[in-house]
Design a protein around this ligand. Structure first.
Ligand SMILES: [Zn+2]
Ligand SMILES: [Zn+2]
Length: 960
């Protein structure tokens, strides 16, 4: 790097200096410095290795980028901030393909904005991942023959920190491997000191505002993790179950009975009422009477309830079990029914609870301490023997499972902490409705709004040890009675959680003395906060809040949040609520929601299916840039991504193609260069500059619209087909004569265009673009900090592009003819050409040299009448006619077969596309660009059919 050469400067087109990116960079930075920077042209003088070896390139450059501080966003940077906060991966995490997609997209945005001159900040960090991390360390303890209970809380938490220090955060290294250009000097962890302070501050303020409360409620309980879960931490799975129809005899008339249906007969022991519909003529007269609850000595009331009972479905009578079912809990509230908890926190039948429920002794003895599932057949048996089971039938139902350990969750009555969410949700709904936050793709907006309008209070307490401990304390004197009761509870570790009657004192620190009794002894609430509580503060806590830091002033609100749909409610919605509440402003302007990555067949990737694509393995095998480009190219809005390994292989080939182009260019740069305005350059140069210009525009527009797939497609089409296949081929003859004016100008164009291509490509393929860029004549130290290409009017040459279209058509037709005649690639033949319109003919005349070179033919432009009468295969496409000399031992019969075969294939393909386009389902649902692509393809096929038809006639004539 940095070796001055004798090559001429003035390498970059004027537009480069005038681009908005440059203007931003110029800002307060000295103009002179920028210029000075550009007066010296660097070139490594180094040639590229024969093949591209990603591994050798990637590590090296990543280290340099970090060492030089290119990813750091200084407060003094004059550019407008562009900020992204990373969705913090779990500290237990390891990079999976979803992370790879998520972070590739973020890195594309950040690198692109950085090159545009914005003060681009990507804040990295990790989440402490409460339950997930606790589970990992608990498993380790089990292996060691220990347990967290044996260690005790304090030692256990120490052990988790030790684990984090040693093996946590693998994923950070993997993100670096992916090329993520995060500002590592600002890396945060949701449990670090600053973020913990933010958590306490938010908790206390919400409590003081009456938005956090403690109460005995029914929550989702995981009997394995022994903790409450929020509604969205429960996964519902369709399962085969049974519906049990049970007779409940009337207390005053045992011969008459109501039949209730339930999927969980064991919960009937906790029933405290039966509901019928108040408008049901069969039963409404029974409202106010009582039934005798089977297997117990209790009589429970019949109530009228139009919410719980649906007239159209079921038996017309519904049991109410307020302590074990969410709907019943609400019904219990409506009718002021007692809550009878008959399970304990392990979801076993609790002897105490069974006693309170007045369960017949024989039954209670048999089922006590059994898990609910095992108790079910025994209860069923008991009902059967008393002739109270009317029938059972198969029944499909959604079973709730813990999202961490897949254990069936149990609705469980316990004192928990909640966030009163409606007052926070209202402003968050408004922010999306009035466009202060834009959700991309827009179609997800309704999902967000629907969920937010129907939002339920958020259960934020978790009965685990790893996490932010709830800043609430209980005075041991004032709560003596409750504490004695808790001490006798079956589970001492949960003691304080179960103090339903205890009065908490909430504060930023432990209270000095009890405001009621002035005593100074307290115990802290044993619960920790839901992991998502701290990540909800991520956009401002990472920037220093509650301190009013310069970072916070400069970078909040952030610009874009990139996330998967799966955490829209867990995380995104909560960040919006918290941001609006505590910063009085939205946390981000745009939320970009990407699709989920599935396997090639569209199946969810899972270990059990063995269809996981491991990004680390892919990077190892194909290179990081190939993986990144694949993911970007598939990131179309709102759909699942079907990832096939061949795609990645294809983009590895793309990287190789770019590499080979670079080698070709470097080998041809030897010699003087001359800079003249584009209009004075050779035809091929004018054309490629114009095409590049359009590609710059298209890529930039696509990025503005978060269409990474389209941006990737424009890059791919341009580089592979136009640049490598056409342009580099077209200029070969003129480069032969090194000192010609044409060669000098073309060499200059080569440098300008290829250097620009590297910058255009850099956000997608950072490693190969840097490696190549460094070997080309360039200005500056690294491509990372170079301006992103901006479209320039000066490069625009529409006329040249239309001329090229004619050239392309003739060359393609010539090649088709050659292959029909089975000519070897090296064979030079004679070709004839003519056009019906004079302008096209004129173009052909101008471009004869290119025609000859690309078509491997001596070209004669003559009216058809002057072509040889025999042995010329005539091909007609639109206004152009091309003739190929039939010479040597051409087998006309075989040529005719090839034509027919091709026509058949084309006809089939045309039919298939016509069918699709005729299908309204397809045209209505497919994105417009896909429909347009299909139409284009059909058009091309029809043109080719025309050409094949004409050659078929020709060949038949020749054979007769
Ligand atoms: Zn669990
Ligand atoms: Zn007290």
């Amino acid at each position: 790097m940095g070796k001055p050469t004798e090559l001429r400067s003035n390498l970059l087109p004027i537009a480069y200096y005038l681009s908005p990116a440059c203007a931003a960079l110029r800002g307060e930075r000295s103009h002179v410095t920028m210029r000075a920077n550009f007066t010296q042209e660097n070139m490594s003088g180094k040639q590229l290795e024969k093949t591209y070896e990603p591994k050798q390139v990637e590590d090296r450059w990543y280290r340099v980028w970090v060492e030089k501080g290119y990813f750091h966003a200084p407060l003094t940077h004059p550019g407008e901030p562009y900020t992204i906060v990373i969705p913090p991966p779990n500290v237990t995490g390891s990079l999976h393909i979803g992370h790879a997609l998520n972070n590739t997209i973020q890195d594309i945005l950040i690198r692109w904005r950085r090159m545009q001159g914005r003060n681009a900040l990507w804040v990295p960090g990790m989440d402490h991942a409460g339950i997930a991390t606790q589970n990992v360390v608990e498993r380790q303890l089990t292996t060691d023959g220990s347990s967290r209970e044996q260690l005790g809380r304090e030692k256990f938490v120490e052990r988790v920190w030790a684990w984090k220090k040693q093996s946590g955060g693998t994923i950070i290294q993997q993100l670096k491997r992916l090329g993520a250009s995060c500002d590592w000097s600002r890396e945060r962890f949701t449990m670090d000191e600053g973020l913990s302070k933010a958590v306490r501050e938010v908790f206390v303020r919400l409590y003081e505002d009456g938005l956090i409360y403690r109460g005995e409620r029914l929550i989702n309980w995981c009997p394995r993790c022994l903790t409450a879960l929020s509604d969205i931490e429960v996964e519902h799975e369709d399962t085969k179950g049974k519906m049990y129809h049970i007779r409940y005899p009337l207390a005053d008339d045992p011969n008459t009975a109501l039949t209730v249906a339930t999927t969980r007969p064991e919960t009937m022991l906790g029933d405290t009422a039966v509901a019928v519909h108040p408008d049901d003529p069969r039963y409404r007269h029974l409202i106010g009477k009582k039934v005798r609850l089977p297997l117990t000595s209790r009589e429970i009331p019949i109530v009228g309830d139009s919410v719980l009972v649906d007239l159209e479905f079921g038996t017309g009578a519904v049991k109410i079990t307020p302590a074990h079912d969410f709907n019943d809990f609400d019904a219990g509230e409506r009718h002021k029914l007692p809550r009878l908890a008959i399970f304990n926190h392990l979801a076993q039948l609790d002897p105490k609870g069974l006693k309170a429920a007045a369960v017949e002794e024989a039954v209670a003895n048999e089922i006590q301490n059994l898990p609910v599932g095992k108790a079910r057949p025994k209860v069923e048996q008991a009902l059967k023997s008393r002739d109270l089971l009317v029938k059972t039938e198969d029944h499909r139902m959604a079973l709730g499972k813990c999202y961490r350990c897949k254990t069936v969750v149990e609705p469980y009555l316990s004192p928990q902490w909640f966030v009163k969410i409606k007052p926070l949700a209202e402003p968050a709904i408004k922010a999306v409705e009035d466009g202060r936050i834009r959700i991309v793709p827009e179609s997800w907006t309704n999902n967000y709004l629907g969920w937010m309008r129907d939002i339920k209070d958020w259960c934020i307490s978790r009965q685990i040890w790893w996490g932010h401990r709830i800043p609430a304390w209980y005075c041991t004197t004032c709560n003596r009675t409750a504490m004695v009761e808790a001490a006798s509870s079956t589970s001492s570790q949960l003691a304080y959680t179960f103090l339903a009657t205890a009065k908490p004192i909430v504060g930023r620190t432990a209270p000095a003395q009890c405001p009621t009794c002035k005593q100074k002894e307290f115990v802290q609430d044993s619960d920790v906060l839901d992991t998502w509580f701290s990540s909800a503060l991520w956009p401002f806590s990472t920037l220093g809040w509650p301190e009013q830091t310069p970072d916070l002033k400069k970078f909040y609100p952030t610009s874009t949040l990139v996330t998967g749909l799966d955490i829209l409610f867990f995380w995104v919605a909560r960040m919006i609520m918290m941001g609006l509440k505590f910063m009085s402003d939205v946390p981000f302007r745009d939320v970009y929601i990407h699709a989920l990555v599935r396997d090639a067949e569209g199946q969810k990737m899972s270990k059990s299916k063995g269809n996981i694509v491991d990004p680390l393995h892919v990077m190892e095998q194909y290179g990081t840039d190939a993986l990144r480009f694949t993911l970007a190219s598939m990131a179309s809005p709102g759909r699942d991504i079907k990832l096939a390994e061949e795609r990645i292989e294809g983009y590895r080939n793309f990287a190789n193609k770019i590499w080979n182009a670079a080698r070709f260019i470097l080998m041809n740069l030897d010699g003087p260069r001359e800079t003249v305005p584009p209009k004075d350059r050779p035809f091929a140069d004018r054309w490629i500059l114009s095409r590049l210009n359009r590609t710059i525009q298209e890529v930039s527009d696509s990025l503005e619209q978060y269409r990474f797939d389209q941006a990737a497609s424009h890059l791919y089409q341009f580089i592979w087909h136009e640049y490598c296949d056409w342009y580099l081929e077209m200029i070969k003859p003129s480069l032969q004569n090194k000192d010609s004016a044409e060669a000098k100008r073309t060499r200059q164009t080569l440098v300008e265009t290829f250097e620009t291509v590297q910058r255009l490509l850099h956000p997608f393929m950072p490693f190969i673009s840097e490696e190549i860029w460094q070997t080309l004549p360039h200005h500056g130290d690294s491509i990372v900090t170079q301006p992103y290409p901006a479209a320039s009017l000066e490069w625009d040459a529409k006329d040249t592009e239309s001329e090229f279209a004619i050239l392309e058509q003739v060359v393609t037709t010539t090649r088709t003819g050659r292959s029909l005649l089975n000519y070897q690639p090296g064979k030079v033949t004679t070709a004839y050409g003519t056009a019906t319109d004079p302008a096209a003919l004129n173009t052909l005349q101008k471009l004869t040299a290119h025609l000859s070179h690309l078509g491997k033919a001596t070209v004669q432009l003559l009216p058809v009448a002057q072509w040889p009468a025999q042995n010329v295969l005539r091909l007609i496409v639109g206004r152009l006619t091309v003739g190929i000399a039939v010479e040597g031992d051409v087998d006309l019969r075989k040529a005719l077969e090839r034509v027919k075969k091709q026509r058949d294939e084309n006809a089939k393909e045309s039919l298939r596309i016509e069918g699709k386009l005729g299908n309204t389902e397809f045209t209505a649902k497919a994105p417009p660009e896909v429909v347009a692509e299909h139409k284009q393809r059909l058009q091309a096929l029809r043109q080719e059919q025309e050409l094949l038809a004409s050659s078929e006639r020709q060949l038949q004539e020749m054979m007769t």
